[in-house]
Design a protein around this ligand. Sequence first.
Ligand SMILES: CC(C)(C)c1cccc(C(=O)NCC2(NC(=O)c3cccc4nocc34)CCCCC2)c1
Length: 246
Amino acid sequence: MRIDVVTLFPDLVNCVAGCGITGRAVERGLLALHCWNPRDYTEDRHRTVDDRPYGGGPGMVMKVEPLRRAVHDARGAAQVPATVVNLSPQGRRLDQAGVRHLASRPRLILIAGRYEGIDERLVELEVDEEWSIGDYILSGGELAAMVVIDACARLLPGALGDEDSAEQDSFTDGLLDCPHYTRPEVIEGLAVPQVLLGGHHGEIERWRRKQALGRTWERRPDLLEKLELSEADERLLEEYRREHAP
Ligand SMILES: CC(C)(C)c1cccc(C(=O)NCC2(NC(=O)c3cccc4nocc34)CCCCC2)c1
């Protein structure tokens, strides 16, 4: 998979290529990451990428031309046609289904805005899809682009080693995670739940599933609504509710 990012801060975005699972995906040639800086596509002495907003108001707006030239060069850098994605608060809210959709594209060109945003005509001329990572104020679209890169990279075949893919499997059943524990057995008087020390795999599996179901019910009932629970899961959740009824 190839991901190009149009950004004024390539050094920030390139950090994902340097470590962890994304770094390994790049090393293994599973993911190609290239950044394109609109500032390299300016023609004036001051390398101007922004200008004052029509209609007045605070801040600056990113100009169409430098962005458009950068997108044009990104498109031309590989044969495969790209899906151009603008990361923006106006975008569709990103969830794992959205990540699967984006990761299924052979190529993405991600646009990361700065200042007050990008000139709307760039969106009209070049952008296929707009996506948002959440409802909070950010300084730029770069962190959103890095979220997309990380989430997509994890889905690329071969990106996750055996240990990670087991982790990925546990994450992908749509439930929140069960609590995790590791040595020492007791810290500040807090002990590891006995069931995890007993070595009874059936009991441990049952406890973990019950915790995942219960915590999802308590903290993210919206996630639970999306799931078709088995009879066994319903019973486990019922047991959890009885034990934790407020
Ligand atoms: C959502 C909320 C609080 C109602 C809101 C409303 C209005 C503006 C913003 C905001 O943050 N403007 C700044 C800006 N943000 C983003 O790029 C951005 C933010 C959040 C999730 C994202 N996912 O991708 C990109 C995202 C970066 C600078 C260029 C203009 C966009 C926020």
